[in-house]
Write a protein that binds this ligand. Sequence first.
Ligand code: DX5
Ligand code: ZN
Length: 220
Amino acid sequence: MVEVSASLLSAKEEEIVKIIYNLEVAKADYIHIDVMDGKFVENDTSEKMRKYTESLKNVSNLPIDVHLMVNNVEEYVKEYIDIEVNCITFQIESCKTEMEILKQISYIKQNNCKVGLAISPKTDIENIYKYLEYIHKVIIMTVEPGKGGQELIPATIEKIKALNKFIYENGYEVDIEVDGGINEKTAKKVIDSGANILVAGSYITNSENFGEAIKNIKGL
Ligand code: DX5
Ligand code: ZN
């Protein structure tokens, strides 16, 4: 069953409470929070996304799917554990050693939060295989991390297929979340390749009817 994680990155700040309400009515499965520190990527959304997440906790019951695009993973993991979100995913490229990755994974799980690893377009998918037994999801970035409204990079489709095959052959229970450039056209391609959670930002929040946009992505 395909689920949709609606990203707030392209949402108009002055309308955020109404947008969150409308996403809940439109039956988004998760709210996707894109945390950027201005170092791992040029954009800095850290303050805005912390405020969004705190207001989300007050106005909505939707599960919160945090995507960290930061250099200091430990600092932001602690910040979002304190806000009691549902899942924290960090970029595999943020950590220098395997030990650091495993340390953050176990810290997140010890604090009753689901954990994911995200992988940028240029990073080989094989780099994620050794962590699959410890994590709940992989976010395959289908655009360069850092901003919304980009086109999906076609070469990333093969990474989805390869990961899906490896998960199936090894019997892992890991969600494949795809993030970037998702619309009604690209959604079908990534679902057919094995993705089961689709992140969509601009396609939904720029649309007139969030419910229709989400149905289109799910292929309903
Ligand atoms: C990009 C973010 C994505 C982005 C998706 O760095 O991780 O979640 O917000 O936005 P769209 O759907 O507009 O590509
Ligand atoms: Zn994201």
